[in-house]
Design a protein around this ligand. Structure first.
Ligand code: ZN
Length: 371
């Protein structure tokens, strides 16, 4: 009779309990998995060994071993995008080239002292990127009518907007900002000027910018208001003392910003008043001045773009990189007429096989190989 207690484990023919039997099967299963894993690993390791290592391991005669495979294609090789176009010309390139064109024009608009004008011819070399990333502009060549050719290079640090010129200089961020939205200089700083109203030599201690009456005037830098009110020939005048010891002045104002008073702290680009023609003035304009310890100097120098040289230890690396990018820029031909623009960016019909000849094989608008 099978035991009176149903809960008791049932013995098997060889005397093992079901629990023990399960453990044995589990062990065997694990062993089998282990064997399979080891086999797979061994094959993988064997594959990962180069032919030379295998040859040593097998101690086979050299003639019997397969010839070494040809060198693997350079995985690090990247194709640069290269293109040329005329600013404002009709026709938009497709795909990533449109993005190169857009970012190149943005970079140059910021970097060129007089901005980017229609008719300027731009050549660009860019590093492609897989979507949704956009290609990164590496080098730019710009020729604008009536201006010298200029080249700029991305150098030092990825993801930055650092763009240095041919001498490896980059603009230093300038805390000073223009006192008017648009600067139209009508008379420069001049210590020996013949005064237009007084008709005698009288130094022009500031820079005049023509602007319609009522145009907002901004603080060129944050500081403390040191004068608000009529001030002789300055007419309605605002002066601001800055932390660096410089005092700026804003003359001939038609009116002041509401509530502005001496001792107020003003932020950079805060409206302090409005253009007028009060005081000794022949027409609405802003007379913008700067002084240090009571001595006037050319206020325009505050607004000028200042350039910083690369650190000495980076110059060799820059020259090497520049040389390479210059060759790529030199290889780009003239912009294609708008009608044939769809061809820009097409693959070359027959890419050169000889890596040495490839740099010279690049044509206008063609992508090219770089190592
Ligand atoms: Zn003036």
């Amino acid at each position: 009779m099978r035991g009176g207690s149903p809960k008791r484990p049932e013995p098997t023919s060889d005397g093992w309990s079901p629990r023990t039997e399960a453990s044995v099967w589990l062990g065997l299963g694990l062993l089998a998995v282990g064997v399979v894993w080891f086999t797979v690993r061994a094959v993988e390791i064997d594959r990962s060994l180069g032919p030379a290592s295998r040859q040593l391991a097998s101690a086979a005669p050299p003639e019997a071993s397969p010839p070494p495979p040809p060198p693997a294609p350079d995985a690090g090789a990247e194709r640069h995008l290269a293109l040329a176009w005329t600013v404002g010309a009709p026709g938009e390139p497709a795909g990533p080239l449109a993005s190169v064109r857009r970012s190149a024009e943005e970079l140059l608009a910021r970097r060129l002292p007089r901005g980017l004008r229609r008719g300027a011819v731009i050549r660009a070399v860019a590093e492609p990127a897989a979507a949704p990333k956009e290609p990164r502009v590496l080098a730019l060549d710009v020729r604008a009518p009536g201006q010298p050719r200029a080249r700029f290079y991305r150098f030092g640090g990825s993801g930055t907007r650092r763009l240095v010129d041919e001498d490896g200089r980059e603009p230093v961020p300038n805390p000073w900002q223009a006192p008017l939205a648009t600067l139209r200089r009508t008379s420069p700083f001049n210590p020996k000027r013949m005064h237009p109203v007084l008709h005698r030599v009288r130094p022009h201690e500031g820079t005049d910018y023509g602007a319609p009456t009522g145009t907002p005037v901004y603080a060129a830098l944050e500081g403390t208001v040191s004068w608000v009110g009529p001030h002789g020939g300055h007419g309605n005048w605002v002066a601001i003392k800055h932390d660096n010891g410089i005092e700026t002045g804003y003359a001939h104002l038609s009116r002041f910003a509401a509530g502005l008073k001496r001792g107020d702290h003003v932020a950079t680009h805060q409206v302090i008043g409005y253009v007028g023609s009060t005081g000794r003035s022949t027409g609405p304009h802003l007379h913008f001045s700067a002084s240090r310890n009571g001595v006037y100097f050319d206020a325009e120098t505050l607004l000028a773009t200042r350039l910083r040289e690369l650190p000495a230890e980076e110059r060799d690396a820059f020259r090497a990189e520049k040389g390479e990018l210059d060759r790529e820029l030199d290889d780009i031909g003239d912009p294609l007429p708008a009608a044939s623009r769809p061809g820009v960016g097409d693959e070359p019909a027959s890419p050169a096989d000889d890596p040495v000849s490839q740099p010279r094989a690049a044509a206008s608008g063609a992508r090219r190989q770089r190592r």
